[in-house]
Design a binder for this molecule. Structure first.
Ligand code: F6R
Length: 260
């Protein structure tokens, strides 16, 4: 896993935006895996700014979001589909027919999950998968205990995740208890995983993910087996990494030909 430590959240977003820009410049028809929540907001702002400046083109790409709340339709103000519309899809030239978010109102959830997996396959697989990390080590909404080979399916959120996400809903009682999420195995199939984390409240999860044992109790730790995973974090989120000086050394001495 490549660990990149930046001074603050803005620098994390800029570094991540550079990776997205490079991906789309190299392969305009890339399949992008996208995330929601607080962490990627700065990245989406950067991508919108790059698009406005004519420096990135989304017209040929396809996107698949990680997850959606069960029971919330795309038009619901707190659905992840509407989050994506607000923060990215309506701000750039992504073809709406190729922007996929799981359907929180799917009448047959297992069948919808299977179809979502097949759509990813048909698109050629995910080239670049964006991920945040939960305070409990989840990726997507694969909560602790999730099978490390899991595929897209329904999951029950932990009490902690419900409390964490209540800030988007206003009231804890309004946070749905179930989600449709790509599985850890679905995420592991992506050609490149890009994990972002900022803030001291993520420091323990980041250390467990990157330096702890690989265990279903920290689903993000499965990424230690990924052939190409980039973790971009700010100083606060890096605070509990025992090898952070080494990661800085590696980054600062990266050969020119490896720089994006
Ligand atoms: C969101 C997702 C989640 C979040 C994680 C961190 O689509 O899959 O895994 O990335 O819960 O959320 P924030 O960024 O709000 O701290």
């Amino acid at each position: 896993m490549e660990v990149i430590i930046k001074p603050d959240a803005v620098a994390v977003s800029k570094e991540a935006a550079g990776i997205f820009r490079e991906q789309l410049a190299t392969k305009p028809e890339s399949v992008l895996g996208l995330a929601t929540g607080g962490t990627p907001l700065g990245l989406y702002r950067e991508l919108v700014a790059l698009f406005t400046a004519g420096r990135v083109d989304f017209s040929q790409c396809t996107t698949f979001n990680l997850d959606e709340y069960v029971g919330l339709g795309a038009a619901h103000g707190h659905s992840y589909a509407s989050y994506m519309q607000e923060h990215l899809f309506t701000q750039v030239n992504i073809d709406s027919a190729r922007a996929h978010v799981p359907d929180g109102l799917a009448p047959d959830v297992p069948q919808h999950c299977e179809a979502y997996e097949q759509a990813i396959q048909r698109a050629g697989g995910i080239d670049l998968q964006l991920l945040g990390i939960g305070g409990d080590g989840h990726i997507g909404f694969n909560e602790p205990g999730s099978a490390l080979g899991s595929r897209t399916r329904i999951k029950t959120l932990t009490r902690q995740t419900i409390v964490d996400n209540a800030r988007f809903f206003g009231r804890e009682q309004d946070v749905p208890h179930h989600v449709i999420t790509m599985g850890v195995g679905t995420i592991m199939d992506a050609r490149h995983c890009l994990v972002l984390a900022t803030g001291a409240h993520k420091a323990a999860a980041v250390a467990a993910m990157a330096e702890g044992p690989v265990t279903a109790m920290v689903p993000a730790s499965a990424l230690q087996f990924h052939r190409k995973c980039t973790l971009i974090i700010d100083e606060a989120a890096a605070a509990q990494l025992s090898r952070r000086d080494y990661y800085r050394w590696v980054y600062d001495h990266k050969p020119e030909w490896q720089r994006v």
